[in-house]
Structures are given as C-alpha cells and as structure tokens.
Design a protein. Structure first.
Length: 118
C-alpha cells in the first residue's frame, strides 16, 4: 500500500491550498484517514480526521479554516485563510485493510511541504 500526497507549495498569508493524498495497492477497505503536520523544529501534530462514515474532527488551531474530505481512497485537505504558523510538512495517514488480510495496518504518505509567507 502506498499513500501519495501532493498539493503543497508556497502561498501568501490569507491564501488557500488543497492537499490530496491517494492510497493505492491491494486495498480491501480504508477506515479513518488523517492529516498531520510537522513544523520546522517542532513535533508532529494532529490536524484533521475523517472516518469511513464521513465524520470529521479538527485540531483547534485549524478549526473553521481547514476542511477534510474524502472520495473513495483519496483524502483531501482544503486549507483556507492560511497563516505563517501553518508552515509545515503535511503528512497523510490511513488505516488500511489489505486484501486477504484480517488485520488493519497504519500507513503514511511521504509528506508535502506547505510554506505560508509573504
């Protein structure tokens, strides 16, 4: 199973970006999908979560500005009203059931860099 993240880049404060993360491989089912981020010199932090039923949850720092969504095996993160403190590498995560397996695995994307600066 591979998770391929994309959509990062340089944006001015107040701008928007949309991140995508596509899961591929021998996938039977995907449960929760999440976004995390790691800012320079800081620990990784949780950003948002979406369940298989579409229930969402957000970190307080992004609530009202970011929106997580999913379509089949792809998860998106729409980021609006971006601030310099949103600058980080963003990572997607998914709970995946492999075809022919009876246990769920935790998979990570490679990260996509978001820089918010004027």
């Amino acid at each position: 199973v591979q998770l391929q993240a994309s959509g990062g880049g340089l944006v001015q404060p107040g701008g928007s970006l949309r991140l995508s993360c596509a899961a591929s491989g021998s996938i039977a089912s995907i449960n929760a999908m999440r976004w995390y981020r790691r800012a320079p010199g800081k620990q990784r932090e949780y950003v948002a979560h979406i369940s298989s039923a579409g229930i969402t949850n957000y970190a307080d720092s992004v609530k009202g500005r970011f929106a997580i969504s999913r379509d089949k095996n792809t998860v998106y993160l729409q980021m609006n009203s971006l601030k310099p403190e949103d600058t980080a590498d963003y990572y997607c995560n998914a709970e995946v059931l492999i075809l022919g397996s009876f246990s769920w695995g935790d998979y990570w994307g490679q990260g996509t860099q978001v820089t918010v600066s004027s």
